[in-house]
Design a protein around this ligand. Structure first.
Ligand code: C5P
Ligand code: MG
Length: 143
């Protein structure tokens, strides 16, 4: 299982068109959403050969470039992964550092939270997983 660009040791994985890194996808969507630039499927359709075989960090970094081109910068990120198994807390620091270094942010500005769905619904039954991300942006100061 790949989460936040970090390989997680697990007997289960997530199935998807790309590398199925739901955490990076949620951050990418949040970056696009902050500037009302559409959504991840619009920018990176799985039919577009340009993105064939692209890793999710490339999607995220492209969205970040679009934010910067609009003259905004990221202040902080707060994310949540909802997954029944495996336990992720031992990976928290590694995931935070990986995202922070790729986005050129201090680790203190990257929050990564985990929760189960308390055994309820498709996520709770271990058939699915979800990720949520909030990103704060601010207009770059005049230089
Ligand atoms: O959702 P729940 O109350 O079971 O979460 C308890 C703790 O377990 C939380 O602090 C969370 O960080 C951690 N957790 C985890 N891996 C998961 C789900 C929750 O490490 N897949
Ligand atoms: Mg709880």
């Amino acid at each position: 299982m790949l989460l936040g660009g970090v390989q997680i040791e697990s007997e289960f994985g997530l199935d998807g068109h790309s590398d199925a890194d739901i955490l990076l996808h949620a951050i990418t969507d949040a970056l696009l959403g902050a500037l009302a630039l559409g959504d991840i499927g619009m920018h990176f359709p799985d039919t577009d050969p340009r993105w064939k075989g692209a890793g999710s960090m490339q999607f995220l970094l492209h969205a970040l470039t679009l934010v910067n081109q609009k003259n905004f910068e990221v202040v902080n990120l707060d994310t949540t992964v909802i997954l029944e198994k495996p336990k992720l807390k031992d990976y928290r620091q590694q995931i935070r550092e990986h995202i922070a270094s790729n986005m050129s942010l201090p680790v203190d500005s990257v929050s990564v939270k985990f929760k189960t769905a308390e055994k309820v619904g498709p996520v709770g039954e271990g058939r699915s997983a979800e990720a949520q991300a909030l990103v704060t942006v601010r207009r770059k100061l005049e230089s």
